[in-house]
Each structure stands twice: as structure tokens, then as C-alpha cells.
Design a protein around this ligand. Sequence first.
Ligand SMILES: [Zn+2]
Length: 119
Amino acid sequence: MIGVTGILDVRVEFVCSRCLSPFCRELRVPFDESFTRDSELLDEERDNLHLVADDEEVDLQPYVEQSILLALPYVPVCQEECRGLTTSGVNRNVFPDAENEVAVDPRLAALADWFKKEE
Ligand SMILES: [Zn+2]
């Protein structure tokens, strides 16, 4: 059995899920995988132990990629206090006073005009 352990230092480019701005973040991902040619050592409890055929070389790339993918945040944000976008797409981190526009359903637009006449 051969064990491969370490820390993966990666720089990842994200797009903020609130304001859609690109940003980079350094990730430190623990890596711990083991490989064996003895199928009797396989155990359902150890999901990081992989069987390798006698004449097979181990390619670590898919295991490295999987570890990084599992460490990515589900909802990346540029900063915890990111204010996001207004409904018209203005970045509220850049323009903090930008307000959300009230969307009027086009089927009710005539009714909105009727209320304006009443004022
Ligand atoms: Zn953001």
C-alpha cells in the first residue's frame, strides 16, 4: 500500500454569486489518498483507498481534481458583506445608494397608469 498525503495550494478564479464580479482566492486543500494492489485490503469504510492493477501506473490528476472540486465553496462571494446587484444590475458595492427598481408586470401596466391619473 502506498499513501499520498499533503496540502494542495491552489489559486482559484471565482465569480461572486451576489455581484457577479470576478475575484481570486487561495485555497489550501488537504490531500490524502492511498493505493494498493491487494484487493483484500479494500474496505467500505476507507473511501480514500483505491485498487491498482499490477501493471498499472497511478495517475494522481483525477484525485487532485476531485479534492479541489470538493473544497470549492457552493456559493462563492467576493466578501462576506457583499451587497450584490440591484434588480437593474447596478453593483451595490460600487454604488451603495443604488435602489432596486419596482418591476411592474406588463399585464398590469394599464392599471398602474390608471392610478397615476387618480393622483
Ligand atoms: Zn460580490
